[in-house]
Design a protein around this ligand. Structure first.
Ligand code: GDP
Length: 467
């Protein structure tokens, strides 16, 4: 761009909050997604590839050699846990590669890049440093934003309606039968209800349901056992003072004020760029109900990126907003590349509604199919005269190599999202259910990064214009 552009960008960098040094722009990249979506693997592989500028031809600044150096630095926020990059990378790249521990809470990592400016300035001003602050946080926490608009009664009604149709909630329903919400609060009974509700949420997550609130019940961190996390939904009652229902309603408000709001204030409000990772393949395999539930959960997550949505958010953000959001369907290495476009189209369709409604004016969005760490290689086999694209990898359970076909994705996403119309409601019904691959053993030479699919394109969309 022009000198004015470059200066403008630098001033913007200052305005965004400096680390004490002059003219060093900071990009805060939020990485989120529901549990097991692939956040930890994404950050680890992204940072490893940027550090070595390994396999990043799709990132223009890396391809042109303008990134002169990349290094990890102490992060600006002293009280946020550091993303444990070294341990996670060692898990993925060690002699017996294994998947790292998943995200349980919020963490942060600063990667600093020394970048030579483009064009005219490149010769004049010398390289500048751009700090990339990566903030990893559970997508479940964003779902809690919806709670801010609800009171205990309306949340209870909604949560219990959803639970009614799910057998995972049978134990909780039975517990409710035996509970009198108007009886005086007894702490052990309260704890048992909260525990049963949490057990239900966990089972629902495993079954593929995404919309599980309160989100912090699933990933409580050091709040585990605290009163703010010891409540559960109850049927309506005229609850007298001192009753179980009255106290749960109070704790629900405490949860909103002391758990949900502080997270949005301390972390969410400061993000510039956001990637939302989605295990779309897992939900597709789990079936139409899980997929519909994922679609709704994504709508909930995306609502958080619509500043006007709640008074709380617009007050919090002022005029600031996330200006680029990437929706990435992860684990695309389970598919032969001939199906990648279908996965990307499904990803786009999953968020289409939410995107329309959300009016991300000013925010650019994109949908992609990626694999942050490619664990497979492709193979083509002829089956009954037809060519079939397989992927080969090491199975996690047996340690054996296998070439598998996950089954097909529909060419038209509508077949998935409105299964009633298409008639078919099972997709990925081939080998997908047994496709648990281990990361492939790597022998990385210096300057080489872990293998991936389109991680460089993801980086270009998220950061390219600021480098
Ligand atoms: P998080 O809960 O969002 O942090 O999820 P993780 O990053 O821990 O990923 C959850 C699991 O998904 C991992 O343990 C892997 O089994 C799988 N996974 C994540 N990314 C990839 C990928 O790029 N390829 C493959 N094959 N599996 C992946």
């Amino acid at each position: 761009g022009t000198i004015a552009d470059a200066v403008g960008r630098q001033i913007e960098g200052v305005a965004r909050g400096m680390s004490g040094l002059f003219f060093e722009p900071v990009i805060r990249l939020g990485v989120t997604g529901l549990s097991r979506a692939g956040k930890t693997v994404f950050i680890t592989s992204l940072v490893a590839n940027l550090l070595d500028r390994g396999r990043m031809p799709g990132l223009a600044a890396a391809r042109s050699g303008r990134i002169e150096a990349a290094f990890l630095q102490p992060q600006p926020d002293d009280t946020v846990p550091r993303f444990d990059f070294e341990t996670h990378l060692a898990a993925l790249t060690g002699p017996t590669p294994h998947w790292p521990e998943s995200t349980r809470s919020v963490s942060e990592l600063r990667l600093s890049l020394r970048v030579r400016p483009t064009g005219l300035l490149g010769g004049v001003s010398g390289p500048r440093t751009v700090h990339l602050d990566i903030v990893d946080y559970p997508g479940e926490w964003l779902l809690d934003l919806a709670l801010l608009e609800q009171d205990f009664a309306s949340w209870s009604a909604q949560a219990l309606t959803r639970a009614e149709a799910r057998f995972e909630a049978a134990a909780y329903r039975a517990r409710l039968e035996a509970t009198d919400p108007t009886a005086p609060l007894m702490e052990p009974a309260a704890a048992v209800l909260a525990r049963d509700w949490t057990t239900y949420l966990q089972a629902a997550r495993i079954a593929g349901y995404s919309d599980c609130t309160p989100g912090r019940f699933l990933l409580p961190g050091d709040l585990e056992g605290s009163p703010a996390l010891t409540f559960a939904p109850l049927p309506p009652s005229a609850a007298p003072r001192g009753s179980l229902a009255r106290e749960f309603a109070r704790r629900f408000e405490a949860y909103k004020a002391q758990v949900v709001k502080p997270f949005f204030r301390a972390h969410f409000a400061r993000i510039d760029r956001q990637v939302v990772l989605v295990d779309a393949l897992g939900a597709i395999h789990a079936g139409p109900q899980a997929l519909e539930d994922l679609r709704q959960a994504l709508a909930g997550i995306l609502g958080a990126f619509r500043p006007g949505r709640t008074a709380f958010l617009s007050g919090l953000l002022g005029g600031k907003r996330v200006d680029r959001i990437l929706f990435a369907a992860t684990k695309a290495d389970h598919l032969h590349h001939t199906q990648h476009d279908r996965l990307a189209a499904i990803m786009a369709a999953l968020v289409a509604d939410a995107r329309r409604r959300a009016d991300f004016a000013g925010a650019q969005t994109q949908a992609m199919a990626i694999a942050a760490l490619r664990a497979t290689v492709e193979e083509v086999r002829s089956v009954n005269g037809a060519e079939m694209g397989l992927v080969r990898g090491t199975l996690l359970d047996s340690g054996k190599q296998a070439a598998l076909h996950p089954g097909d994705l529909p060419t038209d996403p509508a077949a998935l999202l409105t299964p009633a119309r298409s008639g078919a409601d099972r997709w990925l019904d081939g080998d997908y259910g047994v496709m648990r691959f281990a990361p492939a053993p790597l022998s990385l030479r210096p300057g080489d990064g872990p293998p991936h699919i389109r991680l460089d394109r993801a980086a270009e969309f998220l950061l390219g214009d600021r480098l």
